[in-house]
Design a protein around this ligand. Sequence first.
Ligand code: HEM
Length: 530
Amino acid sequence: MGLLLEDSCLADTALLLLTTIYLLYWYGTCTFDYWKKRGVPEIKKKVPFLGSTADAVLFKKQMNLCILDAYRELEGHRFGGLYAMRTPALIVRDPELIKHIMVKDFSSFTDNSMHISEKNDPMFAFNIFAMKGDKWKYARSKLAPAFTTGKIRNTFPLILEVCNDLKSHFSSKIESKDNDFEAHELAKNFTTDVVGSCAFGIKCNSLSEPDNQFRKMGKEIMSPSTLWRQIEIALIFFLPKIAELLRVKFIAKYIEEFFQDLILKAFAYREEHPEFKRNDFINLLMQLKKLGEVEMDEIDRKNQTNDISLTASDRGKIEFSDVVLTAQAVGFFLDGFETSSMALAFALHELAMNPRIQENLRDELRKSFDPTDGCINYDNIRGCAYLDNILHETLRIYTPVGALARECTKRYTIPDSDVQIDIGDIINIPIYGLHQDPKYFPNPEVFNPDRFTEEAKKTRPAFTYLPFGEGPRQCIGFRFAQAQVKAAIATIVLNFLLEPSEKTEHPVVFDERNFFPHAKNGLHLKISPL
Ligand code: HEM
């Protein structure tokens, strides 16, 4: 009798276990026929729960390389399906179709696929990258005048101050015969100081004191130090509904408070001292707070770009409260910090690996800058075509944002097909795949800035080179990013010789544990006097 009871208990447990396994398996795979049902070709790899992104989620491959695999597998197709974990996404390969999605038919794809709660995580939710629909349009139209050529020109002297610190930093290293440096760490310290000065109005000296509080807080946002924070951030990106339910925040409370405090103190000081003038982002945020808009000068008006003229209705009107304003300054970390640091670090790496390119750049810089006043200024740096090409080629090979995920906001039929895209469907723009396609960039692994001469650009289709995205949602900070990265490169190349060190690894091996393309073993270089 006892044995019989035990047997039936075991059978019940086994049945329960099998049912649970079956249900879990069903849940982990039930979306995997989405593209097949629509007659869309798709990526073969579909791991339960992890979909086509299993290699990235399991840290087997860096995200950009996963994007490249998917892009290559769909060779010969204009578009195809993949599964970002369980979520179906349509990867679009055809540049003409990409143009439709990003520009011509933008009204069907106005949002990035990101769901962040304003209540729970305001500093991330009010970053315009995460904002949606009319609210995004309103915020973007109000913030765009803060990023014009004229505004960057005004801010440029602050960037140059940090460049001078960079020069002194290297000079004292050379003096003390410590010629080796890790380019990514250096670039992060440089970018932190630029963000501190230009966006928060403070001097943080991360180049000489890399352990300062501002640097530490910036680090916490983008590279959380504890495993628990890493899990929380993975939840926000991969399981946003659960993250919201658990009230997980991307910007942790203590970080939020730190930056909020800095901004409020800066506002208070400037209100008490109206004679204090500084051409930084705080100044522009204060205009937004007081006047409801950022003032535009004659040059801004003359060069009015698409994004400034974006007409926003009052339907999306938001109040530029202290939290919303702080979120814009924190955006320099969220959107601009990793991206710009990577661009600078990899550019230095390639210049060290390519002495002829470095020498040509030095020639161009020497001709462009007047050595008597020793001054780099915004206009002559913008006029350096070769420097521009070097930055573009760096962003092609080491694309910081390897793919974009847009959400369909209005039902759409793909031109020249009968495939319907429904509201909520995700569109993936495989930027890194395009940048590595030999059809557009022959010998894609070779660093060759001449791909970006005016003549060379004419030989390939538009929408095949997209490091800053395109259309109304294009990177709002692209001019600022280029200004700071170019100023740092020019400062270094004009004053020092860059060379590989004994520890340099080339080609770079990407760290599979990092969402962004980081060098697994660092970017070790050597600096010497000229
Ligand atoms: C090399 C550096 C940078 C790269 C490669 C980069 C790249 C990008 C890309 C690919 C996008 C998405 C564009 C799209 O959806 O079409 C983007 C958006 C954005 N970027 Fe950047 N970025 C850089 C630096 C910066 C900087 C310095 C800022 C300063 C605040 C910034 C602020 C933003 C913002 C706010 C958005 C969202 C725009 C919107 O959705 O309306 N970025 N960036």
